[in-house]
Ligand binder design. Structure first.
Ligand SMILES: Nc1nc2c(ncn2[C@@H]2O[C@H](COP(=O)(O)OP(=O)(O)OP(=O)(O)O)[C@@H](O)[C@H]2O)c(=O)[nH]1
Length: 713
């Protein structure tokens, strides 16, 4: 039996559907009369249960249409209404041909028998007996039941809504993750053709996973192909492809095989990331491990490998290898006067000039700073000779550095395998020694290594060891040279001068050993030793009640750059209770050229701690005025080369005069050192310099003798 339900209220309609279906009726339900009528025209039904108030076509309209239709009019029609419930409404309904007029809500056990009865009675039911009201009395649906159904439905609806909300949130969360991640997603079909999804590099869709596997970098291509063939999971494989713009793009991909319900492979799904930048960075790091960043030349590491390689090859082929060691002359000056950037530019230009002279088979490397080396394989000393002459000639042309013309020459040393040595390490040392000799010979020239140079190197090493020994064995001592007023020879100060009494070689000139000590941290140990010895000596004199003048001590450039200087200056004078203003720290202008933080810090400390500062060798530097101002020095010492030149050089006389005038203008003390004769003494005096030092007044004296110059208290 089929019942058509026309009811616009969803809950009521659903309730009727559920109840009637549970009783074995077939139910077709519609939310308005028009739809119900359309259905009736094509489908046979046994009963119509209709609400009255509905959109489009109400229950009255539907009943009228049914009862006027010859094919439908026999279908029993029950009105089931909650709105139109008056007698008048019922009368009207019955007049349209309705079988029953029932008022909502009715209890189910009341409604169902009525429906059953109407169906079985068919259209024989008389209009009189078809009034629900009159026959059954007012029927009421079980309100409780309806409420339970509604609550259940509402609960279901809330649950559905909650699940929908969770789904929306989870989708949004995953979208956020995906958007925040540099990874993008891809899929492939069973044939491994890639369908790249949003965010993936342009053009990837033209590739298959097999194409990518052929380019695999992180694993072997065959391994990746095997993984794909056996439909296995893969993770972080690095591959590459050419994108739409023709750019080589490196990808890191991971993929998971996907199977359908029947466990058939249907493709891969995975993530990918563009790692081109990372790969480029890696390559750069690898490059920098073996190359110099500034010039792009092989660095010391790669040089060593190449040299060993060249030597091995030459020993096999019985050929020669020449090693050239280049060092720019006075390069430091360019940094100091024009700045580090200009220095860098010069290094690049110098690289270009050298490179223009060399053969394709030669390897030019940068060792660091302004030092370059070159390996000439399968070459003769004559080849090297020609080459170094060319290079030196190239460096006679000035360099253009930021609109400034700068002259920078080059010194070159050459050593030869196997003639000089078969050991690559020694080959480098020998080329360096030869270069050093070229510097000593006045720079802007070259030297080939000779065994004589090696002898010099050994001497050097011996001297270093000797100085260490001298420090330990107390072979060093001090002499003191007076600084006096040139008008009355009054003592103004004394300069402590270092001496070395060697047990076999006798007195060794400081010129000889200080230069060597300055090449290593030995000079700092010597500086510390001098400070300690001077302070101890002053304390002894003071205890002996001498009036001790100010004592000058020399601090080397290297010591001024060291962290340990402040510590020594803080502790040693304090230990002997020597006031800091009794000491004058002599610093060469050259030492201040290293305009670095540690020098600034040390200079600031020296000034603030109350030591006097004297600028030694004044006039030899290049930015003298700048240093006077910056470091607020107390005294300048005119360099002895100007004093030497006083006799013959008008220029030197003018310079000395100018320096004295400058010192006067800046209220600085000035000392002329190295005065050896009356002539020099007179000129210096005439130029206005009041304090003098030199053999003419007194040679440096041992501590026991200098006291003759002191006044007793
Ligand atoms: N601009 C620049 N300077 C550097 C670089 N590396 C080292 N230097 C500087 O290069 C200078 C090397 O100077 P040296 O070779 O010792 O001295 P020089 O002035 O060339 O003197 P000679 O070699 O005796 O003629 C030092 O001042 C270093 O600070 C660099 O990469 N760029």
């Amino acid at each position: 039996m089929k019942i058509l339900v026309a009811e616009d209220d969803e809950n009521s309609r659903h309730l009727l559907e559920v109840v009637l279906t549970s009783k074995g009726y077939e139910v077709a339900s519609f939310d308005n009369g028009l739809k119900a009528l359309a259905y009736l025209k094509t489908h046979p039904v046994d009963l119509i249960v209709s609400d009255i108030l509905m959109p489009e076509m109400d229950g009255y309209g539907l009943c009228r249409e049914v009862k006027q239709n010859q094919y439908l009019q026999k279908i029993p029609f029950i009105f089931y209404t909650a709105t139109y419930t008056s007698d008048q409404d019922e009368r009207f309904a019955m007049s349209l041909g309705a079988t029953k007029f029932l008022v909502k809500p009715m209890m189910m056990e009341d409604l169902l028998p009525v429906i059953a009865k109407v169906i079985h009675a068919g259209d024989q039911a008389s209009p009189q007996e078809s009034s629900g009201k009159s026959h059954f009395g007012p029927l009421r649906l079980d309100k409780q039941h309806a409420d339970i159904m509604r609550i259940k439905l509402d609960k279901k609806l809330i649950e559905l809504n909650e699940e929908k909300q969770k789904l929306i949130e989870s989708e949004a969360r995953f979208r956020d993750f995906a958007e925040a991640s540099a990874d993008w997603f891809w899929e492939s079909d069973a044939q491994l053709k890639i369908q790249a999804l949003a965010g993936s590099p342009a053009g990837l869709g033209f590739y298959s996973l097999v194409d990518l596997a052929q380019t695999c970098h992180s694993h072997s291509p065959s391994e990746m192909l095997e993984t794909l063939k056996s439909h296995k999971h893969f993770s972080d494989y690095v591959v590459h492809f050419i994108d739409e713009s023709g750019k080589l793009v490196y990808l890191r991909v991971s993929g998971k095989p996907i199977f359908d319900a029947d466990k058939r492979f249907i493709g891969y799904r995975g993530v990918g990331r563009d790692v081109s930048e990372m790969i480029a960075l890696n390559r750069r790091v690898e490059f920098l491990a073996s190359h110099d960043e500034l010039t792009g030349l092989p660095n010391r590491n790669l040089f060593k490998q190449r040299l060993s390689h060249a030597v091995v090859k030459a020993s096999r082929t019985n050929s020669q290898v020449l090693l050239l060691f280049f060092d720019l002359d006075h390069f430091k000056l360019v940094n100091d006067t024009l700045g580090h950037e200009a220095g860098d530019l010069l290094l690049m230009m110098a690289t270009k000039r050298i490179s223009e002279c060399i053969r394709a088979s030669d390897t030019l490397c940068r060792l660091g700073g302004d030092e370059f080396v070159m390996i000439m394989e399968d070459a003769s000393p004559q080849d090297a000779h020609r080459l170094v002459r060319d290079i030196i000639a190239k460096f006679t042309t000035p360099f253009e550095l930021y609109q400034q013309r700068v002259y920078c020459t080059i010194s070159i040393g050459v050593s030869v395998y196997p003639d000089d040595t078969v050991d690559p390490q020694s080959l480098l040392v020998f080329a360096d020694l030869a270069m050093y000799r070229a510097k000593q010979n006045g720079r802007n020239c070259f030297e080939f290594y000779t065994t004589n140079l090696n002898f010099i190197a050994h001497q050097w090493l011996d001297m270093e060891n000797g100085i260490r020994h001298a420090l330990k064995e107390n072979q060093l001592f001090l002499e003191y040279q007076p600084q006096v007023e040139n008008t009355n020879q009054n003592l103004i100060g004394i300069e402590a001068l270092l001496r070395w009494q060697h047990p076999e070689r006798g007195l060794i000139s400081p010129l000889e050993f200080i230069k060597i000590a300055e090449q290593s941290s030995l000079i700092n140990q010597i500086g510390d030793w001098v400070l300690e010895a001077v302070c101890l000596q002053i304390r002894t004199w003071l205890d002996q009640a001498y009036q001790v003048p100010r004592v000058s001590i020399n601090i080397s450039a290297r010591h001024l750059r060291s962290d340990s200087l402040i510590q020594a200056l803080k502790t040693v004078p304090a230990k002997y209770q020597i006031p800091t203003n009794m000491l004058c720290i002599e610093i060469t202008e050259h030492a201040l050229l290293d305009d670095i933080d540690i020098v600034k810090k040390n200079m600031r400390f020296i000034k603030e701690a109350g030591f006097n500062i004297s600028l030694d060798d004044f006039g030899m530097g290049h930015s003298s005025l700048m240093y006077l101002k910056r470091w607020s020095v107390d005294e300048v010492k005119i360099d002895r080369t100007f004093i030497d030149g006083l006799q013959n050089s008008e220029e030197d006389r003018v310079i000395v005069k100018a320096i004295v005038a400058l010192a006067d203008a800046l209220s600085l003390d000035i000392v002329a050192e190295g005065i050896e004769n009356q002539f020099q003494a007179d000129i210096v005096k005439a130029s206005g310099c009041k304090v003098v030092q030199g053999f003419f007044y007194s040679i440096p004296l041992p501590a026991a003798e200098i006291v003759r110059w002191f006044k007793s208290k």
